[in-house]
Unconditional design. Sequence first.
Length: 155
Amino acid sequence: MAPDACLLALESTVFGRRAMGETVSRGRVSDRWRVRIGDRLVFADHFLLDDALTGPIDASLARGPVADGAHCLATLVVVAPDCDRSVTAARETPDASSSRALVKGRADLGATLLDGLAVLRVVAADGAAMRAVLARLVALAGESSGITLPRVWHC
């Protein structure tokens, strides 16, 4: 990115539709992020689930440090002069459950502010809960950071 550019990037994954009784036990998911501002690496992340390495994916998602039973995961990265507002808004989002137990329709949310960069993570029990939280976060990030969101994001 150019030093004066803004970024709003989102990646989400749903591991089976719970309402349909779907689960994902086999496969490989690799999600790798690299964000550079100018020539400086400001964010690097690599998420990997691979049943050949760690056993069934649904069992990995059930572990507390991975997803604590959630079936939906998302990462939102915001680079903007006032990205701290995205972190504040995320921490005040009422859809985020304070409990570690994920119940239907609930999501857990974490937000971190780095140097000129906000990273927000969502884990949710189902796709509808994740979508509700993400829709609010994306809209707030766009408003607070001056990023104009594509029309399709408002659906």
